[in-house]
Design a protein around this ligand. Structure first.
Ligand SMILES: [Zn+2]
Length: 913
């Protein structure tokens, strides 16, 4: 992987995996295919296997797919209200243990309550008192049960104190140096959402309760700590320790509790007197400002737009290594992956940098933290809003075109996942597919945009303000949002909510028009072609239609409400352009039957990005048409918005004709922005057998002014198996670049290139001590070379016992794809080791089965009709070649996804410039 994946919070991260998992079945041949249906995956539990706690790469996690018992869909009935927790923690770093001393203050909700239960998994409870009196408690695998002497009455208050210790398998993670990576800064961090706080803290672990906290952390004097709320004091605790006292006076849910401690550096900022702080692992503090300094401007924008000021005592963002997700919106103290700390030179090549991630998590401070979904079935009230808030920042800071571009891309991404279509956003049946899906994020964010465009900004934002104020500090369901909008704007949104939130799918339009010269009329036929079944119905929508004739444009509003309708509009002459849903304000797909000349006109003349982009995506389907290629080339060179130019470059790559190649090369000469050059170079990588392109890519790989373009060129050269690619890739590997950016790209390119001369170089970059990202790239590429060299197989097999999870997984898949059966005993030994998560087992078994199959067919002696077994053998070895090649393609795809994820937490984020 190019980077330790994802800017996505755990669940967002899973989404990425789900998105790409559509590709996975194609990787698996014959009888052993992975689940077609995306399943909830446990990244967390992978970490239990991960002594060093290194972040799992996307590819690895993708393949670590297994059905798990899902989160509880409905909110629990409660017997008590947890009001306040005083959480004092110490850490045994050598053994990765937590030592806790916790007092929960709670009040009873039901008369006659004789016992209360806390969620607690894997923790050893040493002592429990109720109002300071010791009690006999019980524990089960998932609960701590505390008796209340004599039964309690509603309203009665108790202080329940617990002393416990444990070695958390999830929820809390310890990142420590070891012999191969002796300089790693020590980091302890937590990740509560969705139901993992219970692994390090016995508590009420479901969103439908809110409490204030005091978090008291005693750590070595040289460490920093971060937790929710205000820092009250830091005091000497003796023996080289200090005690940090944090207090959060605004109540929030227990999945939003955070504890971070370790060797960090800090940069202090402020917004209207509220402390704003950024933290990086020691040694990377100089990267904070370049990536994070727009935070106060975002706090300002969101406070103004929403009419509700940022509510917490401070805003901290802590970047940690090996984070299990991209970001997590803990109340007042977000945790983000340290891969968001881009090298300043790479950051300079990213138009929107990490703003997607930063604005998403900040948006959650209102939607998620201040107002929290009551149950996981309503998770879109957190995630859809946070996704929408990214777009609010983008529009305000980068302009309307950029916001439109990101939304246009995300809408297409949503439609490319058919498994999402028949599921409503609000749903409670997610046992075998995570509720944190593309409906909660992408569609949720989109639906808010549709609502905004229907209500208008005034009514929409008045509704949000009322929703936030009426529900501040409370848990909500979707109906609370509908109610707030109706109360504030007097617009009934029941039908809107019924089709978009409780219903499934989105309209798929088939469109066509004719012009009647006698009547001077345009007749527009609108068909809704989505299959009406289950929760998918016919949509009822206001739609803007714009008709442009020689005398100018005219805008009409129609209401679509049937499977097929015809609308007529007067027009003084035949239209030059007819736009349905001008500007793309409805989540929809549309097949509009127009002539080529109309698409060409639309590409050149439509005002809004989405209408021009729709023309691009239609024209790219016309193959071998020089006029289309030349129009796209013109757009690539001359469009006023870079996103359209990038979209045109992508389209020319897909066309793949000589005319398209000519346009792309010309585009390179005129495109200065790294975010455009990246798209052009990547597109050039799809032209096979064109020596001029290989020469151009070589030149770019060596000397382009953009690192992103150079990395794209290095990988394209490998994919194209260009004649002199080896020399170019080797040179890039020996060269220093920011964070090894070019080296890792070149190491990745060596696998697809398939030149055995690269073996010793790849061996050098595979060994412990090298950067993890370089190692996983090198190991994967190494497995593609010298297929008969058992020394290589043994070297890779040696990495199976490493603590670094991404290295381990890279080795498992490299061995499976390599096809050398001598790896079988090592893989079988791995199966017997005691630190595997159950998810790894079937994966490893699949690799073993594949290797054994290959060996068996190879060993079958030729006989009378030996042709068949020889064919079988070659088919099988071809099989692993195919798998490997597809894995390489997948890796390329994953990198593209990474590029996109650079800024955005959601799956299928808008392409990162
Ligand atoms: Zn989120």
């Amino acid at each position: 992987m190019a980077s330790p994946l994802a800017k996505a919070r755990l669940t967002d991260y899973l989404l990425v995996a789900e998105t790409i998992s559509a590709v996975i079945p194609a990787l698996e041949r014959g009888g052993h295919k992975v689940q077609e249906e995306p399943r909830r995956m446990t990244i967390h539990s992978l970490y239990a296997t991960n002594r060093l706690g290194v972040a799992a790469g996307l590819l690895a996690s993708l393949l670590v797919v297994s059905p798990l018992p899902g989160d509880e869909p409905y909110a629990r009935s409660r017997t008590y209200d947890l009001e306040h927790s005083r959480i004092a923690l110490r850490f045994d770093l050598a053994h990765k243990r937590v030592l806790g001393d916790v007092t929960h203050t709670l009040s009873i909700l039901r008369d006659g309550t004789t016992r209360i239960a806390f969620d607690s998994v894997g923790l050893t409870i040493e002592n429990v008192t109720v109002n300071k009196f010791p009690v006999k408690f019980e524990t089960t695998a998932e609960k701590l049960i505390v008796p209340l002497p004599g039964g309690a009455k509603a309203g009665e208050k108790f202080d329940v104190s617990l002393r416990y210790e444990g070695k958390p398998t999830k929820g809390m993670y310890f990142i420590v140096p070891d012999k191969d990576y002796p300089d790693r800064p020590i980091q302890i961090w937590t990740q509560g959402e969705s139901e993992d706080t219970r692994y390090y803290l016995p508590t009420y672990d479901y969103p439908n309760d809110r409490l204030t906290t005091e978090t008291i952390l005693t750590v070595p004097a040289s460490w920093l700590t971060v937790s929710n709320g205000k820092l009250i004091s830091v005091s000497d605790a003796g023996k080289g320790l200090r005690t940090w006292d944090w207090r959060e006076t605004v109540p929030s849910s227990t999945y939003l509790i955070t504890v971070v401690a370790g060797e960090f550096e800090e940069v202090k900022d402020a917004w209207r007197g509220v402390p704003v702080t950024y933290y990086a692992p020691k040694g990377r503090g100089d990267r904070l400002s370049v990536n994070y300094s727009r935070t106060p401007a975002m706090m300002d924008l969101f406070s103004k737009k929403l009419g509700v000021e940022y509510a917490w005592e401070k805003y901290a963002q802590v970047m940690v290594d090996d984070f299990v997700a991209g970001g997590m919106e803990n109340s007042s103290a977000t945790t983000n992956t340290s891969s968001s700390l881009n090298h300043p030179k790479i950051a300079a090549e990213m138009l929107t940098n990490e703003d997607g991630l930063i604005s998403h998590e900040l948006g959650h401070q209102w939607f998620g933290d201040l107002v929290t979904c009551k149950d996981w079935g309503d998770i879109w009230l957190n995630e859809g809003f946070a996704t929408f808030m990214e777009n609010v920042w983008t529009e305000a800071h980068y302009g309307r075109d950029q916001a439109d571009y990101e939304r246009w891309e995300s809408g297409r991404g949503w439609f490319s996942q058919p498994n999402l279509f028949d599921k409503p956003i609000v749903r409670y049946d997610f046992e075998d597919s995570s509720e944190f899906d593309g409906n909660a994020y992408t569609k949720g964010g989109w639906v808010l945009h549709v609502l905004r465009s229907q209500l208008g900004d005034d009514a929409f934002y008045r509704g949000l303000k009322h929703y936030l104020e009426a529900n501040r500090g409370k848990n909500v369901v979707t109906a609370d949002l509908a109610k707030a909008i109706e109360e504030s704007s007097h617009v009934n949104v029941d039908q809107f909510f019924s089709q978009w939130l409780y219903g499934a799918g989105a309209p798929k339009f088939d469109l066509g028009y004719s012009y009647d010269r006698d009547k001077h009329q345009v007749e527009l036929t609108v068909k809704q072609t989505q299959k009406v079944e289950g929760r998918v119905g016919i949509f009822h929508l206001p739609v803007n239609v714009e008709i442009t004739t020689a005398s100018g444009p005219k805008l009409y509003s129609v209401t679509v409400s049937k499977a097929e309708q015809v609308f007529t509009f007067s027009a003084d002459s035949a239209p030059l352009m007819v736009l349905f849903d001008k500007g793309d304000n409805i989540l929809k797909s549309a097949e509009f039957h127009k002539e080529k000349k109309e698409w060409l006109y639309q590409l050149k003349n439509a005002d809004e990005f989405a209408d021009r982009a729709d023309a691009v995506s239609t024209l790219e389907k016309i193959k071998n048409d020089d006029e289309a290629a030349s129009a796209l080339g013109n757009a690539l060179n001359n469009d006023k918005f870079w996103g359209l130019r990038a979209t045109a470059a992508d389209a020319l790559g897909k066309i793949g004709s000589p005319a398209a190649s000519k346009q792309l090369r010309a585009g390179l000469d005129s495109a200065n922005e790294p975010w455009v050059r990246y798209h052009i170079v990547s597109a050039l990588g799809s032209f096979k057998d064109d020596s001029a392109i290989a020469a151009k890519l070589t030149e770019i790989a060596k000397a382009d002014r953009s690192y992103r373009a150079r990395a794209a060129a290095l990988q394209a050269l490998g994919r194209l198996k260009a004649p002199d690619a080896l020399v170019t890739l080797e040179a890039a590997i020996s060269e220093d670049s920011p964070d090894g950016y070019l080296r890792n790209a070149a190491l990745r390119g060596l696998g697809p290139l398939g030149d055995d001369k690269a073996v010793s170089l790849l061996e050098q970059w595979s060994v412990p001590g090298k950067p993890i990202e370089s190692r996983t790239a090198a190991i994967r590429s190494l497995a593609s070379l010298e297929k008969n060299n058992q020394g290589i197989t043994k070297q890779i097999a040696g990495y199976l016992s490493e603590p670094n999870f991404p290295v381990r997984m890279a080795a498992v898949f490299a061995l499976g794809g390599r096809g050398d059966a001598i790896a079988v005993p090592a893989l079988e030994a791995l199966l017997k080791s005691n630190d595997l998560s159950i998810e790894m087992v079937p994966m490893i078994k699949r690799q073993i089965a594949s290797l054994k199959k290959t060996a068996a067919t190879r060993l079958t002696p030729p006989n009378g009709d030996g042709g068949e077994s020889a064919a079988a053998a070659s088919e099988t070895s071809g099989d692993s070649e195919v798998v490997l090649e597809r894995l390489d393609k997948l890796e390329h795809l994953v990198q593209e996804m990474n590029e996109r994820l650079k800024a955005i937490e959601t799956h299928l984020a808008p392409p990162k410039p």
